[in-house]
Write a protein that binds this ligand. Sequence first.
Ligand code: NIG
Ligand code: FE
Length: 411
Amino acid sequence: MPLLLRNIEKLLTMNGDAQNPLGVIQNAAVIIDGKSIVWVGKEDHVPYVVAETFDCLGGVVMPGLVDCHTHLVFAGSRRDEFVLRAQGATYQEIMQAGGGILNTMQATRWATKEELIELALPRLSRMLSYGVTTIEAKTGYGLSLIDELKMLEVMGALNQLQPIQICPTFLGAHAIPPEYKNRADDYVDHIIDEMIPQIKTQGIATSCDVFVERGAFTKEQGLRILCAAKAAGLSCKVHAEQLSHSGGAWLAAQVSALSASHLEYATDDDKKALAKTHVIAEILPTAQEYLGLSTAVSARSFIDAGLKVAVATDFNPGSAMCDNLHWAARLSVTRCGLSCEEALLGITRHAAKSVGRDDVGVIQAGKKADFCVLSSDNPWDLFYDWSLNPVRAVFKNGQEVVNVHHLTFGS
Ligand code: NIG
Ligand code: FE
């Protein structure tokens, strides 16, 4: 049964050109049928009568948001580490002292699948309320075959239990687990010989990520892992140049990764190499802010180098305990130099590319019927007003999954 979304003051198709980068259509309407968009245009030009309608009340409509970098599934709390950092400790010092990722690994290994699901569900329902309809989620808190598979199975179960689509990424190379202390190369062999083949057999991940950093993995180890992942049919992602210049951007370019994330320490040569191989630069301003880092990434310099920039939360219990993609978008403007238009592209169209998807992140006939409807008639309220969530309604796969009647904007 088709449905007409009408009374849209501004439709941001995210499918524009240099003159109209967001592809804005004023006084627009959209027809959806089942899970797909079938027509997009001005309300005056609706081509046939559609019995069922949804009134967007003169608000903005944009694609369902895509959070292309999250560590959604975890147990335990790292609030003590936040307090330690407030007293002057750094993220690396905490990691070297055995805290950090290994702290969450312990809690996540102890948790059952059911407990991990229960912990993730409220996080997902908050994300949905911000208009997020697709996310990427990484493993990396299991760090053993059984626990990494457990995390992927949790993501599979969550995909059946709630509306947000989760794209699962295998991040076995997130940290060196205690069983392999001082034997990083043996752990890399284990990832390549045991973990990746099992993941391939079960078909439960779409991408593979590596954390290239001092104290984590070298770019050479990352290359071995990502070559094996590619051969197993997974696409590649890299945590690159977050805390030091360690070669993650070089690696992402070598394997033509979907994305390189963080990039605080990326050089001009790195940017050129990434642009040449069409790697999306994923910036994670909530992580920078949360760790109190002074090195805010200059996303402007990425755009000047010809890169497409995506913006994500990096939601995780250590460096970014914040699942609010609106906040990441706001900080990408105030701290990283993006324009509001670029930030919106960063949480829709470019974020979709960063997870290897072209069926979401834009509003166009043939794409998925994923939308968010704002209670404001002006998209800049999402950036301007830090007090309110401007999302009034959310559609996923053509289904209305959120509808909140709250305050309207402006005076
Ligand atoms: O993206 N940098 C590595 N991984 C995460 C942090 C994970 C954690 O601290 O638990 C990140 O910042
Ligand atoms: Fe991350």
